[in-house]
Design a protein around this ligand. Structure first.
Ligand code: ADE
Ligand code: ZN
Length: 331
């Protein structure tokens, strides 16, 4: 079996996916039209041609701008359902999606409107296609601790439907320690924790995410490579990294895919997973990330199987469900 057929065939879990980052230009224009919101780009092509980023912030500026057309529950439903159709095509059988309440509540959209739309689509896809899911609520790290605490309070009535809290948005200058207290509050309320760290920020931020935020996974974490002591700890603790290859190229974390350190991290024994991050902006969903990383980094069939197994091991599924899926990851 060739590499591409293997990637397509095996079941996979996605652990690093921002639902707002799945907003394809066609759907953005459709929703903007029905909500009578204007977009500063005239056509889908013009919008797509603006997807030339030089760093994380240049992407985030466009990503937050695009999210502004999402107003009604139906908009969040349509956005999420479009992503779930891609999961079905790519044989992603379980997904743990990030959502950013502050992106919406800050502009007057009710938490409930956003949440209900996303959740209803996830529940429908589970019923229709058997795709299981968890929801992870991210705090925007460029905003204040106070705003994060406010968001956590708003989420408490939905606690049973949110497995974990996370941390995203502009990393540089917004270290994990800024959110130590709100993460403690979240853990005390029963949430698991994850955090973006070591995407653009230094290895030091990964230490902080582990020690202060007590995370179960590091999102990205590719800069761990700069610190041998940290690598040793990640390996010893079997700490998963949710790596996003196409994202890292689009946001210039690595110049080109052949420079990516995913295979190196894997060879050092780090529990690496592959994910799509913001697929509408970065050139592909789950399988495309696997295919390009596998091709350019010469991943073996065994590497591909290991990464897919890691995705279930690193998930928040029950031990029985993890085992059930891992048993199905083979040639
Ligand atoms: N929000 C959406 N995508 C992100 C990324 N790659 N890093 C940080 N915040 C994000
Ligand atoms: Zn991300």
């Amino acid at each position: 079996m060739n590499q591409i057929d293997l990637i397509k065939k095996i079941p996979k879990a996605e652990l690093h996916l921002h639902i707002e980052g799945t907003f394809e230009p066609e759907l953005m224009f459709e929703i903007a039209t029905r909500n009578q919101v204007s977009i500063r780009f005239k056509t889908v092509e013009e919008l797509r041609s603006a997807y030339n980023f030089h760093d994380l912030q240049s992407f985030l500026d466009l990503y937050y701008e695009g999210a502004k057309v999402l107003i009604h529950e139906r908009d969040f439903y349509d956005l999420t359902m479009a992503y779930l159709k891609k999961c079905r095509e790519d044989h992603v059988v379980h997904t743990e999606i990030f959502f950013d309440p502050q992106t919406h509540t800050e502009r007057g959209v009710a938490f409930k409107t956003m949440f209900d739309g996303i959740y209803r689509a996830l529940a429908d896809a589970q019923k229709e296609w058997g795709i299981t899911f968890h929801m992870i609520m991210c705090f925007l790290r460029h905003l204040s601790e106070e705003s994060a605490i406010e968001t956590l309070k708003e989420a408490l009535p939905y606690k049973d439907k949110i497995i974990a809290v996370g941390l995203d948005s502009g990393e540089r200058g917004n270290p994990p320690h800024k959110f130590e207290r709100v993460f403690k509050m979240a853990r005390d309320a029963g949430f698991l924790t994850v955090a973006h760290a070591g995407e653009e920020g230094p290895a030091e931020y990964i230490w902080e995410a582990l020690d202060l935020l007590k995370v179960k996974r590091i999102d990205h974490g590719v800069r761990s490579d700069e610190d041998e002591k940290l690598i040793k700890r990640l390996v010893e603790e079997k700490m998963p990294l949710t790596v996003c290859p196409l994202s890292n190229i689009k946001l210039c974390v690595f110049k080109k895919m052949t420079d990516h350190n995913l295979k190196k991290l894997l060879q050092k024994g780090v529990k690496v997973t592959i994910n799509s991050d913001d697929p509408a902006y970065f050139g592909g969903y789950m399988n495309q990330n696997f295919i390009e990383a596998a091709r350019d980094l010469n991943l073996s069939h065994q590497d591909i199987l290991t990464i897919a197994k890691n995705s279930f091991e690193a998930s928040f599924l029950s031990e029985a469900d993890k085992k059930r899926w891992i048993d199905q990851v083979h040639e």
